[in-house]
Design a protein around this ligand. Structure first.
Ligand code: UD1
Length: 313
């Protein structure tokens, strides 16, 4: 076996793609996921995998797990990812999106546990609606929801714990991630998972706004590449990284590519802009590039892969 790895939220969209890759690379992987959004079927069958259907807010369980298993790498992906949900129930989601992550860091500190790296996954949501583009890690932080506030605070906790107590830690800010196993079941799911599902089921897609809004859509395999690079490189200690492609595309442009790939026409109904939506989002990924990262999937290649996966799923 290579390393002993913990992935919180490992049954979710990004988590399960990471787990599959880690297992392929011969690691022993432990997943903690309460299956509130994740699915057991996202995970591969493997004797290298140990799965616990548990919430990361279960302190006793997390303490025992961290102390008993002495993980080499810890990826913190468990979160309530729906911004709308965090606005609706901020106290509950705060327990998950911030307190539980702080508790994990405390457990590491109190027990002198020293993983090779702890990687916390944050979001471009921390940049809020500041119109200045592209966003570099130095850009203004404008968290506009409990989700963004908790993500930013956890980012800081994880990095500051590294600096205060000599732990190797880093954080990522994901832009708009898409790809296999993204759950389209909520209206707040990633827009590309919704478009795929509408195209497949020949249903109407509601486009909020005029379609000129643009996003830096990054294929999940590139995100997995970035996560492991950040985990492996000593230079990433104490650092936060945008994870994206460095290019943005408008929603209309993206839909046209999708239609070309699928050979179908998406039925669109236009509606008013969604409250709080931003017009443009693009990342500066120079910092991540310095670690050796180069995205392998441009939008068309990624969408094609994603579409083909769904055809065979
Ligand atoms: C994304 C994140 C969010 C984060 C934000 C910060 C996802 C799923 N969400 O939101 O957690 O706070 O970045 O920058 O990654 N759209 C439609 N019709 C739909 C759904 C969406 O037209 O049915 C539009 C939206 O109005 C938006 C665009 O598609 O303009 C992208 O939406 P979405 O995938 O939800 O991502 P973000 O809004 O960028």
């Amino acid at each position: 076996m290579a390393d002993n790895v913990l992935v919180t939220g490992g049954a979710g969209f990004i988590g399960s793609n990471l787990v599959r890759d880690l297992i392929k690379k011969d690691n022993s992987v432990t997943v903690v996921d309460d299956l509130s959004m994740g699915r057991l079927s996202n995970l591969p069958e493997s004797d290298q995998l140990t799965f616990y259907q548990k919430s990361i807010t279960d302190r006793k369980f997390m303490d025992e797990l961290l102390i008993n298993r002495q993980f080499d790498y810890i990826y913190l992906l468990a979160a309530v990812a729906s911004v709308a949900d965090t606005i609706k129930r901020p106290e509950v989601t705060h327990q998950i999106n911030q307190d539980a992550n702080l508790w994990i860091m405390e457990t590491l500190r109190r027990n002198q546990l020293r993983p090779k790296k702890v990687v916390f996954t944050s979001s471009a949501a921390v940049y809020g609606d500041d119109p200045l583009q592209p966003k570099s890690e130095q850009s203004r932080i404008v968290p506009l929801s409990p989700y963004a506030i908790d993500k930013f605070a956890s980012e800081r906790f994880v990095i500051d714990y590294g600096q205060l107590y000599g732990l190797n830690t880093a954080a990522t800010r994901f832009f708009n991630v898409y790809g296999p196993r993204q759950n389209p079941s909520s209206p707040y799911s990633g827009v590309l998972s919704l478009i795929t599902q509408r195209l497949q089921d020949n249903q109407i897609f509601t486009l909020f706004g005029d379609g000129t809004q643009s996003r830096d859509f990054v294929y999940v395999d590139d995100v997995i590449l970035a996560l492991q690079l950040i985990a492996d490189m000593p230079e990433s200690n104490g650092q936060v990284y945008n994870v994206a492609t460095g290019h943005s595309a408008s929603l209309i442009e993206t839909i046209r590519i999708f239609e070309k790939i699928s050979g179908d026409t998406l039925k669109i109904e236009f509606a008013d802009c969604r409250l709080g939506d931003i017009q443009r989002s693009e990342a500066d990924i120079c910092k991540l590039r310095k670690l050796g990262y180069e995205p392998k999937f441009d939008l068309e290649t990624g969408l094609r892969r994603y579409w083909e996966f769904n055809q065979n799923y």
